[in-house]
Design a protein around this ligand. Structure first.
Ligand code: 5GP
Length: 177
């Protein structure tokens, strides 16, 4: 799953995990933890050196630099879950989604879109954990993502009302097998 920061993707994912039998892929990132985030649960928080070692060892299914920080999906846990017959949910930005599309053409690719960029900006501001400068750059990234989404993703879910968006995504996942 991809979607602009502030699209509500994280809230959807949290609730989905209670409803659908699917495992969340914990990404590695060089971004510092936000208040309330837990090492190994929300992310594996690593140094830039550690991240570069993962790239060199070819440990990552995909990785990207987003807003100045590295983010990547460790391959082994994903492969293990899939070989055990479970589905894996990746919360990744669009460069990573492009790589997943290339490596795993059978992946179900869902993009969560905000109802409008105005709503997106309001959501980012009300979150209170992101600086104005960060909000501006995240909005810029969001605009280019929204342009590319229709060609890269199988489904676009507009998150106007959270409950409906969760239902839509759950049905897509269940329907995919
Ligand atoms: P945040 O800093 O708000 O947690 O995440 C910023 C962006 O990085 C989000 O769009 C999120 O989906 C993306 N992201 C999180 N983990 C990964 C990952 O493993 N790979 C890629 N490519 N993007 C990720």
């Amino acid at each position: 799953m991809s979607g602009p920061s502030g699209s509500g993707k994280t809230s959807i994912i949290r609730r989905l995990l209670d409803r659908v039998d699917i495992v969340f892929s914990v990404s590695a990132t060089t971004r510092p933890p936000r208040p309330g985030e837990t090492q190994g649960v929300d992310y594996d928080f690593v140094t830039t050196e550690e991240f570069e070692e993962m790239i060199e060892r070819d440990d990552l299914l995909e990785w990207a630099i987003y807003n100045g920080n590295h983010y990547g999906t460790p391959s082994d846990p994903v492969d293990l879950e899939i070989s055990a017959g479970r589905g894996v949910l990746l919360d990744i930005e669009i460069d990573g989604a492009r790589q997943v599309r290339a490596h795993r053409p059978d992946a179900l690719m869902i993009f969560v879109a905000p109802p409008s960029t105005k709503v997106l900006e309001q959501r980012l501001r009300s979150r209170g954990d992101t600086s104005s400068q960060d909000i501006a750059s995240r909005l810029k990234i969001a605009e280019s993502q929204l342009e590319e989404a229709p060609t890269l993703f199988d489904h676009i879910v507009v998150n106007e009302a959270l409950e409906h968006a969760i239902d839509d995504v759950a049905n897509l996942i269940i329907g995919s097998g």
